[in-house]
Design a protein around this ligand. Sequence first.
Ligand SMILES: Nc1nc2c([nH]c(=O)n2[C@@H]2O[C@H](COP(=O)(O)OP(=O)(O)OP(=O)(O)O)[C@@H](O)[C@H]2O)c(=O)[nH]1
Ligand SMILES: [Mg+2]
Length: 127
Amino acid sequence: MKKQNISIAIVQNEQQQLLISRRQKGQHLAGKWEFPGGKVAEGEAYELAMLRELKEEVGLTATKYKLFDSLQFDYDQLKLNLHFYLVSEYSGEAQSLEGQEVKWISPEQLKDYDFPEANVGVINKLL
Ligand SMILES: Nc1nc2c([nH]c(=O)n2[C@@H]2O[C@H](COP(=O)(O)OP(=O)(O)OP(=O)(O)O)[C@@H](O)[C@H]2O)c(=O)[nH]1
Ligand SMILES: [Mg+2]
């Protein structure tokens, strides 16, 4: 089975809101809401992958962050190793750089959005 390393940024703004985006048509789990992130490149450090994906997808530069959770999750034909970072300081304004829906929500609103199954534990920790 394919195995992928994934790095993800959970960005928190000064109002304690969290940045979420929506997976697009053609992507794995299209239509689900997610935290910005993506595949770790060959030989790339997890942390650097998170910084790169955050910049590529929503235009933010994380300046203060820490590892929040690491977990494995198996979807049908896909084994994922997920690394979630909590970003508490950043520069830039969140933008949709890939045409995806992007929004800030309060932690209490997380339960109103449909996230991938792999996110359940992390979301419970954020509520
Ligand atoms: N970004 C992100 N991916 C998640 C989350 N939860 C979760 O299960 N995933 C899964 O982790 C993988 C992330 O890869 P991705 O599709 O974002 O990869 P990427 O940005 O490098 O995209 P690309 O392959 O289109 O260039 C997907 O299989 C996605 O379904 C999440 O909260 N954020
Ligand atoms: Mg992505």
